[in-house]
Design a protein around this ligand. Structure first.
Ligand SMILES: [Zn+2]
Ligand SMILES: [Zn+2]
Length: 500
C-alpha cells in the first residue's frame, strides 16, 4: 500500500521528497527481518531507517486496519490542475505495468504490450499506450464497460480514455495476426515509421502502413527485413539518422542492463541517505554488481548532512574495514560541491586520496549563463574531478536546467577528459539523451549513476540506461561497464595524464 501510495503521489507530481519517502518506507517494511505487526504494537516503527513519525503512523494504520486512508483519498480524487500533463517515465512505466495484467484479463484480449513513447524510453510521456492482441468486438465491449476508463474517444480500432486517476491512456486493438505490425506502427515516431514503410514499398512492394498483409509478421525483425534493413531498437526509432545508419550497417550495439557492473554515485546515512554503507553494498551485491562508490555530500551542503573532513576520513577507514568482509569492491568517494566561484568544497589533497570524485552544483542556481559555465568548466580543470554529477540541474516537472553553455561544457569536458553523468534519479535523467549523444560524438565518456539515497533506488539504473540507449551509447561509451580494475584506471587517467 505504501508502494502504491508512492506511485499515485508520483503520478500527481507531488513533492519529490514525499514520493521518495513513501518508496523507501515501502521497501524498508517489505524487507524487515521481523514482523511489522510486532514493531507496530511495540511502537518501534519510528526506529526504522527512513521512517519518521508520519510514515510510522501510516504504517500502523495499515497494520491495524488493513487500510490506508491517504491511499483511498488519492484513488478517489481527480488529478490536481497544476500538473503539466506530461508524466515522468518511472511512474508511467510502473502504472503501465500495473495495468497490463488488468487489460490482459479482459474478455477477448489474448495479450498486451506497452507501446508508443513509453516503449521508446522517452523521459516524459503524454499518455500510456498499449497494443492489444484481441478479438476486436469483444475487447471493445470490455474496454467500454470497464469502470476506470472514462471519456472514451474511439477512432476505428483505437481508443483514447482517461483513467480514474487522471492518466491519459491509448489502446490500439489488433487481431492476433496484425499484432506485431501494430506494435511496430505505434512504437516508432511518425517519421521513422513512414520512412521505413516507404523503403519496404519500393523494395518489396509491401504496404506496411496497411494491416492485413498476405503473410503474417511474427517479429519486428521481419518488418525491417522487408525494408532491407537490420533490426532497429525501439529507443532510437526517432528518425534521427538511425535509418541511414542501419542501411550502412553502422548502428551501434546499444548498451544493455547486463553490461552494467556498478554504481559510482550513491549516498548513505553518513549524509542524507537512509541506509548504511554495508546495507547499500549488500543491495548492490544482490543486483550482481562488482563495485559501488560511496559518494556522500561535502561539508558545505549542510542541509544534506555534508561530511566534515574529519568525518570523511573516518568514513574512509570504515570502508577499508568493511571491505574485508564484502564480496564486492567498495570505492571511497565524495560528491563534492562546486562552489559558486568554481572552486571545490574540499582540498585537492583530500580529493587525491579518494577513488571516486563526483563534482556537482547544489547552490547558486540563478547565476548568469557565463558565470555558471565558467564555474563548471573551472571545476573540470581540476585533475581530481572525474565526473560531473547531474550536469544541468534540471528537475522534471519542477525546475528548469540552470543556464549553462552546453557546447562550451562539452568542449572542456572533452579537453580535460572529464566524465559526464547521466543521473538516473527518476525526476532528473540529467544529462538528457540529445546531450549525451553529443557528448559521445565529442569523445566524452559517460557514467550512468543512480544517486541512490536508499537500497531500493539502486534499481533506477534501468532509467539511466534508457537515456543511454536513446543517446545511441554502447558499452564502450559508459564507464560503469568496465571491470573493477579498468574502472579505476579510467577514473585515474586525468591525474596520470592519460587519454581515453
Ligand atoms: Zn547531487
Ligand atoms: Zn548525489
Amino acid at each position: 500500500m505504501l508502494e502504491r501510495a508512492a506511485l499515485l503521489l508520483a503520478l500527481r507530481q507531488e513533492d519529490r521528497y514525499r514520493v521518495r519517502a513513501y518508496k523507501r518506507a515501502a521497501w524498508t517494511v517489505a524487507s524487515l527481518p521481523e514482523k511489522v505487526e510486532d514493531l507496530a504494537r511495540e511502537n518501534r516503527l519510528e526506529a526504522l531507517p527512513g521512517i519518521g513519525p508520519s510514515l510510522a503512523a501510516k504504517t500502523k494504520e495499515i497494520v491495524e486496519t488493513g487500510r490506508l486512508s491517504l491511499l483511498e483519498k488519492l484513488e478517489s480524487a481527480a488529478l490536481p490542475e497544476k500538473t503539466s500533463g506530461m508524466i515522468m517515465s518511472a511512474p508511467a512505466l510502473a502504472f503501465a505495468r500495473e495495468l497490463l495484467p488488468v487489460v490482459e484479463s479482459f474478455d477477448g484480449v489474448y495479450s498486451a504490450r506497452i507501446t508508443g513513447a513509453l516503449r521508446r524510453g522517452q523521459a516524459m510521456v503524454p499518455c500510456l499506450e498499449f497494443v492489444l492482441a484481441c478479438d476486436i468486438s469483444r475487447a471493445r465491449e470490455a474496454i467500454k464497460s470497464y469502470k476506470h476508463f472514462h471519456r472514451q474517444r474511439w477512432q476505428g480500432y483505437c481508443c483514447h480514455a482517461t483513467h480514474t486517476l487522471g492518466v491519459e491512456l491509448t489502446f490500439h486493438l489488433a487481431e492476433k495476426r496484425d499484432f506485431i505490425q501494430t506494435l511496430w506502427l505505434t512504437t516508432g515516431s511518425r517519421e521513422h515509421v513512414n520512412r521505413v514503410a516507404a523503403m519496404a514499398k519500393s523494395n518489396r512492394g509491401t504496404e506496411l502502413l496497411r494491416l492485413g498483409l498476405d503473410k503474417e509478421i511474427v517479429a519486428e525483425e521481419d518488418i525491417y527485413a522487408l525494408a532491407g534493413l537490420p533490426f532497429i531498437e525501439p529507443e532510437i526509432r526517432e528518425n534521427r539518422g538511425e535509418i541511414t545508419a542501419a542501411f550502412r550497417g553502422e548502428l551501434p550495439r546499444l548498451i544493455e542492463a547486463c553490461d552494467y557492473r556498478g554504481d559510482l554515485h550513491i549516498h548513505t546515512d553518513w549524509s542524507d541517505g537512509t541506509a548504511g554503507i554495508e546495507q547499500m553494498a549488500g543491495a548492490a551485491a544482490e543486483l550482481g554488481y562488482e563495485y559501488l562508490a560511496i559518494t556522500d555530500h561535502s561539508r558545505s551542503l549542510k542541509i544534506a548532512g555534508g561530511l566534515s573532513l574529519e568525518r570523511l576520513a573516518a568514513q574512509i577507514q570504515v570502508i577499508k574495514d568493511l571491505q574485508k568482509a564484502c564480496s564486492i569492491r567498495i570505492f571511497t568517494g565524495i560528491e563534492v560541491d562546486i562552489l559558486p566561484d568554481g572552486r571545490l568544497d574540499a582540498p585537492d589533497e583530500v580529493l587525491a586520496g579518494l577513488d571516486v570524485v563526483v563534482a556537482s552544483v547544489h547552490s547558486a542556481f540563478r547565476q548568469s549563463k557565463e558565470q555558471m559555465t565558467a564555474r563548471i568548466c573551472r571545476a573540470m580543470q581540476n585533475p581530481y574531478v572525474q565526473i560531473i554529477g547531474h550536469p544541468t540541474g534540471r528537475l522534471l516537472n519542477k525546475r528548469k536546467a540552470y543556464e549553462v553553455d552546453m557546447e562550451e561544457l562539452l568542449k572542456v569536458a572533452a579537453a580535460t577528459g572529464t566524465i559526464l553523468e547521466i543521473n538516473a534519479t527518476p525526476d532528473r535523467l540529467d544529462i538528457d539523451d540529445n546531450t549525451a549523444r553529443k557528448a559521445k560524438a565529442a569523445g566524452i565518456l559517460l557514467a550512468v549513476n543512480t544517486d541512490a539515497h536508499s537500497q531500493t533506488e539502486l534499481a533506477n539504473a534501468a532509467l539511466g540506461l534508457s537515456v543511454a540507449r536513446r543517446a545511441w551509447l554502447s558499452r564502450e561509451d559508459v564507464i560503469n561497464t568496465a571491470s573493477s580494475r579498468d574502472v579505476q584506471a579510467l577514473l585515474q587517467r586525468k591525474r596520470t595524464g592519460g587519454r581515453r
